[in-house]
Design a protein around this ligand. Structure first.
Ligand code: ADP
Ligand code: ZN
Length: 367
């Protein structure tokens, strides 16, 4: 059953992000694509192990052939070295320009399969079936696809939009706990950037409300998709405004990097980074103490980590490698207030050091 749908519009493209109860209905969506020679499902065995039978049921009732390509799970396998094997499998399985790729998984699968689609024979159509909260609210919206190099994440990629996104809500019932943090941190980010009703709703919600699959989950997915697509519509290629979506990510990426992507999930690191951004906003833009308190309370109720445990110098060193670097200051996305973001704000090292030290010693938070 279709629960809700949002249209993502941009320069020369328009596609729906649909939230469905389960996979019943995917068949109709796939059948609506014209002139398809074969479907290529890109997924991993973890997800397939749980959901393959439902997927097969949908695909088998279509009269179009399909083939499943399994890739290894995890960010480290979203690597440029993994592409060749997949391209070869496509060739061997007769993928022509009318083939359609179905990305069936989380953000890693979506980025990787999307990149394959954007390059195979100069681009073939693809659709996304996100199975994680992060992919539903963030990575499946906006058309960024990429693979990693040894020397950096998402260093090779494209802007490539799917035909549609079909999010099956039931997949979230098996999502590991830490994967929930990933999606929740991005939802919180959207709420900080937008303020208003989404923020109010999150403030009266705890983590267990999300796990119990309450209406708030659907509301937050819908609002997040709406918010992110409105930003992408205004600035598809990150010439300006889209940069606000990096809120919390300068510090988040540095923490992920310092801990070699092993200690925290992306969402946990971003969650700490969001708090750094708010504290810097207070120090630089006069963001209020009351707002900080509201954010702390809300993020604690969502069981997102706030306290930094890593060495401050190492974090700052990694920030230096960040794209937003310029001279002796670093550029951040900060907030004047909830709903009032500013991007490209220069912040001196002394201020960053001060805030990170404060956040590290923040025992009161217990996180
Ligand atoms: P992927 O794109 O490979 O799913 P992600 O990093 O986005 O990778 O997902 C994180 C992990 O959660 C992966 O190990 C993935 O296999 C697993 N996963 C994704 N969706 C689900 C789900 N609905 N239920 C259980 N595990 C899932
Ligand atoms: Zn993120």
């Amino acid at each position: 059953m279709k629960l809700q749908s949002r249209q993502v519009n941009g320069n020369g493209f328009s596609y729906p992000v649909e939230l469905h109860e389960d996979l019943n209905g995917l068949k109709e969506k796939l059948a609506s694509l014209k002139d398809v020679s074969k479907f290529f499902i890109i997924t991993n065995r973890q997800i397939a192990g749980i959901y393959e039978k439902y997927l097969f049921a949908e695909l088998k009732s279509l009269s179009i052939p399909f083939h499943i390509i399994y890739v290894k799970p995890g960010e480290k396998n979203k690597h440029i070295d993994r592409l060749k094997k997949v391209y070869h499998e496509l060739v061997k399985e007769d993928a022509d320009r009318k083939a359609v790729i179905v990305a069936f998984g989380g953000g890693v699968i979506g980025d990787f399969a999307g990149f394959v689609a954007s390059t195979y024979q100069r681009g073939i159509r693809f659709v996304q079936v996100p199975t994680t909260l992060l992919a539903c609210v963030d990575s499946s919206v906006g058309g960024k696809v990429a693979v990693n190099l040894d020397l950096g994440k998402n260093m090779v990629g494209a802007f490539f939009q799917p035909e549609f996104v079909y999010a099956p809500l039931f997949a979230l019932s098996t999502l590991p706990r830490r994967e929930w943090s990933c999606g929740l941190a991005e939802i919180v980010k959207h709420a900080f950037l937008e303020g208003g009703e989404l923020l109010n709703r999150l403030e009266s919600t705890s983590r267990k409300d999300f796990h119990s699959g309450a209406e708030v989950l659907r509301y937050c997915i819908d609002e997040s998709v709406r918010f992110k697509s409105s930003v992408v519509e205004q600035d598809e290629r990150e010439g300006g405004l889209r940069a606000i979506l990096n809120l919390g990510h300068t510090t988040g990426h540095a923490i992920e990097s310092v801990t070699k992507y092993a200690k925290y999930s992306h969402g946990e690191a971003v969650s700490m980074g969001l708090m750094t951004a708010l504290l810097l906003s207070k120090s630089v833009l006069g963001f209020s103490e009351t707002n900080i308190e509201r954010a702390v309370k809300m993020m604690k109720a969502l069981e997102l980590p706030l306290k930094i445990n890593e060495k401050i110098n190492e974090i700052i060193e990694h920030m230096d490698h960040d794209k937003k670097k310029e001279g002796s200051t670093l550029k951040f996305v900060l907030l004047e207030d909830f709903g009032k973001p500013k991007f490209g704000v220069s912040v001196g090292r002394d201020k960053i050091l001060e805030v990170l030290k404060f956040q590290k010693g923040w025992d009161l938070l217990g996180r």
